[in-house]
Design a protein around this ligand. Structure first.
Ligand SMILES: C[S@@+](CC[C@H](N)C(=O)[O-])C[C@H]1O[C@@H](n2cnc3c(N)ncnc32)[C@H](O)[C@@H]1O
Length: 253
């Protein structure tokens, strides 16, 4: 998968995308993150990428020419998304959609954003990473790349499956938060791990994990339970079996 990133801070992207999971994915040829410095597409001695807004007002705006020039010269992968608070909010289903593509590009804004003509004519869509305002699109681009790349086959290795994680499609049929995880030591500062995890009974462990995932989702994200259409009778029974709070009341609120 090729991801082109258009930015005035390519080093921010290169450093993060060169380390850990993304770095390994790139070394393995599963991911190809190409950064493009918008300043390389300027023609003045100061490598100017911004200018003051027509009509006045605070802040600066990214000029259109370096962005158009970069997109055309580098023939960046399409679709080209602009990181923006006004974009479609990134969530796991959206990340899964992007993971189906052979590639895409991310344009990182700065200052007050980009000249509107870029949004009108050049980009194919906009992505937001949440309802808050960052200083630039670089963190958003990295969030998108990491969320998408780890859904690509082979990126997490064979042992880990993104389907069984929070928001995945596997655990309990999908749309739940993940169950609690423990590692050694089995007892830490007087607190022991749940006995079931040392039972060696795989079916029991699987049931316990699903019950925990349901209980956690009911407690922290009842909206996710509602989005699944509430709890099934089998799920209610499972919660009762492990003496976890009955979910339907919370999920219906
Ligand atoms: C200071 S922000 C500009 C905010 C813009 N003036 C507004 O009110 O919508 C600078 C850049 O950061 C990026 N950015 C800020 N918040 C973001 C978010 N929630 N999601 C994605 N990108 C964001 C965008 O690329 C944006 O152009």
């Amino acid at each position: 998968m090729r991801v082109d990133v258009l930015t005035i801070f390519p080093e921010l992207i290169d450093q993060y995308a060169g380390a850990s999971i993304l770095g390994r994915a790139q070394s393995a040829g599963l991911l190809d993150v190409r950064t493009h410095d918008l300043r390389d597409a300027t023609s003045d001695v100061h490598r100017t990428v911004d200018d003051s807004p027509f009509g006045g007002g605070a802040g600066m705006v990214l000029k259109p020419e370096p962005i158009y020039e970069t997109v055309r010269r580098e023939d960046v992968a399409r679709p080209l998304f602009y990181l923006s608070p006004a974009g479609r909010r990134l969530d796991q289903p959206f990340a899964a959609e992007l993971a189906e593509l052979d590639g895409f590009s991310l344009l990182c804004g700065r200052y007050e954003g980009v000249d509107e003509r870029v949004r009108d004519d050049l980009i194919d869509g906009e992505i937001s990473i949440g309802d808050y305002v960052l200083a630039g699109g670089e963190l958003g681009a990295l969030v998108v790349i990491e969320a998408v790349a780890r859904l690509r086959p082979g990126v997490l290795g064979n042992s880990a499956s993104p389907e069984d994680e929070s928001f995945g499609t596997g655990l309990g049929g999908g749309g739940l938060l993940e169950y609690p995880q423990y590692t050694r030591p089995a007892e830490f500062e007087g607190r022991a791990i749940p006995d079931v995890l040392r039972s060696g009974n795989h079916k029991l462990i699987e049931d316990w994990r699903l019950a925990q995932a349901l209980a956690r989702t009911i407690e922290h994200r009842p909206d996710l339970i509602r989005a699944r259409g509430g709890l099934s009778a089998a799920e209610e029974k499972l919660l009762a079996r492990f003496e976890l709070a009955r979910g339907s009341d919370a999920a219906e609120q």
